[in-house]
Structure formats: structure tokens, C-alpha cells
Design a protein around this ligand. Structure first.
Ligand SMILES: Cc1cc2nc3c(=O)[nH]c(=O)nc-3n(C[C@H](O)[C@H](O)[C@H](O)COP(=O)(O)OP(=O)(O)OC[C@H]3O[C@@H](n4cnc5c(N)ncnc54)[C@H](O)[C@@H]3O)c2cc1C
Length: 396
């Protein structure tokens, strides 16, 4: 589905396309949500500011916080499609999650400060939720925040923090009441990542890059006015963000549509980058099925985003679409590598690698989407129990 149903959207697409062509800083060379090279970060901050200024990001925000107060999701779909088409960078980091939490639960002062700094590209956010023993079981998180006068003192460890190495602010969950039941004693904070006691250690991944980090918090002092929402209400604040995160993973379907078009190019045979496996009946059937799935993932994603914008979504909608997108994406990139025959063994850095090794890297990264925003195995249980009403699994 391309959203040119109205003349207005058609004209908007042309405007966005030209804007990206003129201003975007370079093209992304890897699939997935990858941390940029440090040298590129200042340029990406300026690019983020331009996207907000043009009304291409934060369009639905209230006017008093710099938005256009436009609740329609369609312009956002067009922007996402055009960024994907150009393989241009979008906003780096967890800014979309943080702004959602602040708009829903932040004080007026927090909104004025943090939303303005997000818009100007001054603040790049990361998400400090997962811990070594609390990923799927997020309610088991142990990072502790103790009140001391007008501050909280935070001790603990986070992991899988994407872009922490570049972040100015962390959207942190910590336990403020160890006596309360698991979900009740958690509070959300906006943590200045340059506070003494914050230590960031990169994690090198199978892709060879370091997109994630471990973050150690040792006696970190956070002013009490940096609590987002009520003390003890962090689970509620995070719940809205996790739905947003799942739907934004699925929103990468716009990118998958482009990847699929490129994938079709791989079937053209010799002269297009290598000797490809002959397209037997099995591969043709696979491509046909995949074409349908890619199309459906895009439609589902836009449907869920539309319903979230209108407030008519069901709690399990983002989980269902995230499962469908991530497994379709994995299927697509696996087929892309298989279609390359023996060339599929060549990776980035080898002159003969098809498309510079893009597909091999995409295949390694594709597993990440089946885990990010909640592992698909766990989300399947959520859908089975909450959407289908199947009996609950006994909890340990
Ligand atoms: C690309 C990516 C980016 C991420 N970015 C961030 C970030 O910026 N900030 C952040 O806080 N976190 C981030 N994460 C972490 C992510 O939220 C966790 O990886 C996820 O919640 C799973 O937690 P875990 O890795 O601890 O796996 P675990 O909870 O240890 O689970 C491991 C596996 O066990 C299985 N499993 C566990 N529990 C169950 C169950 N109840 N039923 C069935 N199977 C189960 C699942 O297969 C699961 O994949 C990111 C992850 C990825 C992949």
C-alpha cells in the first residue's frame, strides 16, 4: 500500500522526497536499527532538528510543545516510506519512546524542557529498561533508586542499551519500593547520562558492530523532579512505551517493502552481482508467498499505528504485528541470501559480495527483531492468553 490516496498526500510525498534528497546526511549502509559512527552523530543531530522543524517528526504533538497538533497517521507513514526508500537516517535513539512517555505522563516543565531539546537534536535518548536478569521478565528488574532529600540515588545494571554511547538522556526504570509487589514498586526517570557513576561499556555483536551497551549505575544522583509520572507508576508509563516500541519495530515494514523490491533484483540472474541459484518452482512459490506476507505486514503495521493514534487499539495489537513483521523480515533476508547461491557465503568487505554484503549483515541482524521489544515466544503467549482468551500458563 502506498498512501497516495489524496492529492494532498501525493503532494506531501513529493515534498518529503525532495527534502530528503536535498538535506539527508548520507545513506544507511546496514539493515536494522544500528548505532551510527561517532563522527556522524553531530550531523544526525542537525538532521533530527530539520525533520522536526519541517513537521516531519512530532507532527501530532500539541502546538504548545512545537508540534502541529495533527492526529492523522498518514503523513507519518509517508515520511517513514520516503526515509526507507532513500535509506536515509531517521531520528537516532529512543526519542520517540521518551516523547510518548513525556506527553502522556510528564509534567508541563518536563515537556517544555525535554521536548524542546529533542526537537533541536540536543538530546539523544536511550532506553534503560532491560537488565541481565530482567528482559522478558521486566517486572523482575533490580536496579534500585533510594530517595535521599531532593534526589534519588540509583544503583544497578542495565543491558542491551542501544545507542547509550551517544545518549544524553536515559529513559530509566528503577525500583523505588522493594516491598511493593513486582510491578507496583517501579518508577520511571529521565537520567542525565553524564551524571557521575554512569559507566557505559559497549557489547560487540555477531554483526561485528557494537550497537548495544551495558550500563552500570553506581550511586548515581537523579533530581527528584526527573521522575516521569507518579512514583511507583513506572510500570504504567513503561507499558505505553512498550506498545509504542513494538509498533515501531513493525513500522519497519516500510523498509521491508523496499528490501523486497531489491530482493526481486537478485532473481535476475548472472550479471546482477553474481551467479545466482536457478529459480526453481520452490523458490518461485516462496517469493510469491513472501510478496503477500510483506504486503500484509505493511498493511497490519499501518492499521495498528492508525488504531493506536485513534486510541482504538487492543493491548495485544502491537505484539501481533511485531511477531508477523519480524518473522516475515527474517524469511525475506534468508531467501535473499539463499538466492545468491555460493555468493551467499561472501560477506561485507569482499569485493564480490552481492550488494556489498548487505543481505548477509541483514540476515545476522534479522534475529534481533524477533527479540527487541519482547521476544516473539513471550509475545505469542500474550496474544494467546489476552487476545484469544486461552488458559493462562502457570507462572513460576
Ligand atoms: C535489537 C535490540 C535492541 C534492544 N534495545 C534495547 C534498549 O535500547 N533498551 C533496553 O532496555 N533493552 C533493549 N533490548 C533488550 C530487549 O528488550 C530484550 O532482549 C528482550 O526483552 C528479551 O529479554 P532478554 O534478552 O533478557 O531475554 P530472556 O528474557 O533471557 O529470554 C531469552 C529467551 O528465552 C525465551 N523465553 C524467556 N521467557 C519466556 C517465556 N515466559 N515463555 C517462552 N519463552 C521464554 C525466549 O525465547 C527468549 O528469547 C534490545 C534488544 C534487541 C534485540
Amino acid at each position: 500500500m502506498r498512501l497516495d490516496a489524496t492529492a494532498e498526500l501525493h503532494a506531501f510525498r513529493a515534498e518529503v522526497r525532495s527534502f530528503i534528497r536535498t538535506h539527508a546526511p548520507g545513506r544507511r549502509t546496514h539493515a536494522g536499527v544500528r548505532a551510527p559512527e561517532p563522527a556522524l552523530v553531530p550531523e544526525l543531530r542537525r538532521w533530527t532538528a530539520r525533520l522536526y522543524e519541517a513537521g516531519y517528526l512530532g507532527r501530532s504533538w500539541p502546538v504548545e510543545y512545537g508540534g502541529l497538533g495533527d492526529p492523522r497517521p498518514e503523513p507519518g507513514f509517508v515520511v517513514a516510506e520516503e526515509l526507507a526508500r532513500a535509506r536515509a537516517w531517521g531520528q537516532v535513539g529512543a526519542g520517540a519512546l521518551a516523547s510518548g512517555a513525556l506527553l502522556a505522563y510528564g509534567t508541563d516543565g518536563q515537556k517544555r524542557r525535554f521536548l524542546a531539546r529533542l526537537r533541536s537534536g540536543e538530546d539523544l535518548w536511550c532506553q534503560l529498561f532491560s537488565e541481565p536478569e530482567a528482559g522478558s521478565d521486566l517486572a523482575g528488574l533490580r536496579t534500585r533508586a533510594r530517595r535521599e532529600g531532593d534526589h534519588y540515588v540509583v544503583d544497578g545494571q542495565k543491558v542491551w542499551t542501544t545507542n547509550a554511547q551517544h545518549a544524553d538522556v536515559g529513559y530509566l526504570l528503577a525500583r523505588t519500593d522493594p516491598e511493593a509487589s513486582r510491578t507496583r514498586g517501579i518508577t520511571a526517570f529521565a537520567l542525565d547520562m553524564r551524571t557521575p557513576g554512569v559507566e557505559i561499556r559497549p557489547l560487540r555483536e555477531i554483526t561485528g558492530t557494537a550497537d548495544f551497551n551495558e550500563v552500570f549505575l553506581d550511586g548515581v544522583r537523579v533530581p527528584a523532579d526527573r521522575v516521569i509520572g507518579e512514583v511507583g507508576d513506572g510500570w504504567k508509563v513503561a507499558g505505553a512505551s512498550l506498545a509504542q516500541e513494538r509498533s515501531s519495530v513493525a513500522a519497519r515494514s516500510a523498509e521491508l517493502r523496499n528490501d523486497f523490491d531489491d530482493l526481486l533484483g537478485l532473481t535476475a540472474g548472472p550479471g546482477t552481482g553474481g551467479e545466482h541459484a536457478p529459480l526453481d518452482g520452490g523458490a518461485r512459490g516462496h517469493l510469491g508467498r513472501l510478496a503477500t506476507h510483506v504486503y500484509v505486514a505493511d498493511l497490519m503495521s499501518k492499521d495498528v499505528q492508525s488504531r493506536m493514534a485513534a486510541g482504538t487499539d487492543q493491548p495485544t495489537d502491537p505484539a501481533a504485528v511485531k511477531i508477523f513483521y519480524s518473522e516475515t523480515n527474517l524469511d525475506a533476508v534468508s531467501l535473499a541470501v539463499r538466492l545468491q547461491g555460493l555468493d551467499g557465503l561472501l560477506t561485507e568487505g569482499d569485493d564480490r559480495a552481492v550488494a556489498g554484503g548487505y543481505w548477509q549483515d541483514a540476515l545476522l541482524y534479522a534475529r534481533a527483531y524477533t527479540i527487541a521489544g519482547g521476544a516473539n515466544e513471550v509475545l505469542r503467549t500474550t496474544v494467546a492468553e489476552r487476545a484469544l482468551g486461552l488458559p493462562r500458563e502457570p507462572r513460576p
